[in-house]
Design a binder for this molecule. Structure first.
Ligand SMILES: CC(C)(COP(=O)(O)OP(=O)(O)OC[C@H]1O[C@@H](n2cnc3c(N)ncnc32)[C@H](O)[C@@H]1OP(=O)(O)O)[C@@H](O)C(=O)NCCC(=O)NCCS
Length: 98
């Protein structure tokens, strides 16, 4: 998938939960800590009400993102039915007390 050349992260906050709706690092920038830094920077400035971060992990560019999320401390919440032959999982991370 071609989302352009700029990394981006989008998050929606509702009550005490945040959903990461998109995280994308262009192929040429991957594995240099960009994805980790974006997520950790968001967490560091997350609204105080946020207790848990959730996301829907789906394969993009034939690369499994789940090991990336596990490295960032996310755990499996639920497995969903495959969509268009792509496995989907809900993963989450509870934020430490701030
Ligand atoms: C998943 C994605 C955001 C990772 O971004 P990135 O900038 O390459 O990740 P980082 O370099 O910050 O990696 C952080 C850690 O995860 C590891 N990691 C990253 N991608 C990985 C992968 N596909 N498989 C295994 N480990 C991976 C890195 O080695 C690094 O480990 P370390 O901290 O021990 O050195 C990026 O590959 C991407 O945009 N993929 C396509 C879109 C996508 O799948 N988005 C997520 C949708 S749920």
């Amino acid at each position: 998938m071609n989302f352009g050349t700029v990394p981006f992260l989008s998050v929606r906050v509702r009550d005490d939960e945040a959903w990461i709706t998109w995280l994308y690092v262009p192929p040429g920038l991957r594995r240099h800590g960009v994805g980790r830094r974006m997520v950790e920077a968001w967490e560091a400035h997350a609204p105080a009400c946020v207790r848990k971060i959730r996301l829907l992990a789906a394969e993009v560019d034939d690369e499994d993102p789940i090991p990336f999320w596990e490295k960032l401390g996310f755990h499996d919440d639920a497995e969903l039915p495959w969509v268009d032959e792509v496995p989907m999982r809900v993963m989450s991370r509870t934020l430490p007390d701030r």
